[in-house]
Design a protein around this ligand. Sequence first.
Ligand SMILES: [Zn+2]
Length: 182
Amino acid sequence: MLLTGCSTIGQTPDVISHHKKWALQHGGILVDQRHQRLNQTCHRLAPACHDIVIDPHVLDSNNLAAYSWPNGELYVTRGMIDAASPDELASVVAHEIGHLIAHHNHSDATTMLLGQKHDVNPEIQSDALGCRILAACNISTTAMLHTLQKVKQSTPTHDPAHALLNQRILRLQSDMSNPFPN
Ligand SMILES: [Zn+2]
């Protein structure tokens, strides 16, 4: 999601070793009950995944962040998992699925979920896609708002991500008071 850091990098022949190196630089992979919790969250959202295959991992980092790669690898930090309620964790994963749907140029799915008007900012678009995914799985979209507020609280005001988080929160609040505009 990021949340503060979303990453999309194209596939390369050594994409797997590249991702392993990247994961090590971001704290390394953690396999404990958090990984199980993340798996369960992905299963909860599976009905709205639009053929996107997700390979979830936990990054051993205190930061509140999540990342996804075009091949479906999804990374959520330990800090994010510990800070999130079950529905908030679902909103984190739903936002990342939004990136994957957009990245795979599933324009039919994007149009179906958002209508014809797509946002230029990929974070705002993924928030909107994520909310549609949550709603399709009967999860309250306010979880997305609460997640962004938690991430904003953990982000220093001088961080450029802070201003974008503000923008995303205002946009979500506006969308919620005027749901499903086309
Ligand atoms: Zn994002």
